[in-house]
Ligand binder design. Sequence first.
Ligand code: CP3
Length: 351
Amino acid sequence: MPQTCDHLLLRAIRKERIERTPVWIMRQAGRYLPEYISLKNRAGGFIKMVKNPDIACEITMQPIKRFSLDCAIVFSDILVISDMFGIELSFEENKGPRFDKTIRSETDLKKIKRDYDVEDVNYVFDAISRIKSDLNNEKPLIGFIGSPWTVATYFIEGNSTKVFDIVKNMMRENKVLLQNILEEITSASIKYINQQIIAGIDVVMIFDTWGGLLNTNDFSDLSIKYVNKIRESLVNPTIPVIYYTREPQDKIEVLRNLNVDVIGIDSSVKIGEFRKALNDKFAIQGNLDKEILKLNEDQIFTAVDGVLSEYGCNTGHIFNLGTGITPDIQPEKVECLLNAVEQLSPQYNQR
Ligand code: CP3
């Protein structure tokens, strides 16, 4: 049986010299795939798929069967951790997530379930076992959580907001409450991700999608601090960790203190400049603008070459989009992107 530790993605994370750049796509299982839509209709919606381990496994494997990707990522969501708090998550079509309760006061915080029992999310660990068995160690599996800060923005707002008024207000008026909420989410996250590790994931990814909302000091105190705490509490201290954030340009100083292996970034920064600014401390994941996938084959090849060349180093690059793929992208364009990375990246790794 092949050893996952020898796989390209894990070797790139360790910054070993490899033959080509590994590639996967955030949200690679999703609505741009007709086979996803068809299973989603049969299953009765996103949450039902996530909570059914057989279906979650099947969805995870859909892009793996269709394309030549270098890893799988568990089909789930950063917000299902709400089950450990007794908060009910739902998704209305095209409206994003919604919770049945919010945490906006000390009283709200006292009322939530605080034993953080991982059994409440057993469906995730069952899905992981099934996926690992289907993958047969041919590809590594990424498990994930949201950063406490990013999850907190949803717990406080209660839905998908673009303005974050309530969170920003809490930051000004009652930082202690915010810190207490972050401590609670951190405790639950540690138990949750550790159980994913026990269930068999090969890589941990922490999504800090809304880290960019914070100024430098707050970013350090309200986000990075808790990410590092999670890292330090992992049952397997050597499991690789990928941290993802958006708009990281003014966060370089703070990011240097991150205790992770890889930083994933969006397309707002130049990947090579970002790598150098961090003194090559991390492997870097990213960062093709997903809008490029609306262009033709030649343009996709040119843009992929642009990212590979901008990265500017022969180790430690994991190719990805800057943000998750969206339903308006045709699957053929993903095929084209993967061909481009396969054909163009060897020359950048062999330098
Ligand atoms: O990458 C993968 O394929 C793994 C699965 C995955 C999902 N969500 C599935 C999903 C992962 C890693 C996430 C992470 C996630 N979820 C983040 C952080 C990463 C990011 O995209 O910034 C956030 C902020 C969420 C919360 C969330 N989930 C929102 C705001 C939404 C609605 C917006 C949207 O894209 O539809 C979701 C829904 C969601 N999560 C879908 C999928 C496949 C779409 C569900 C559907 O309607 O079919």
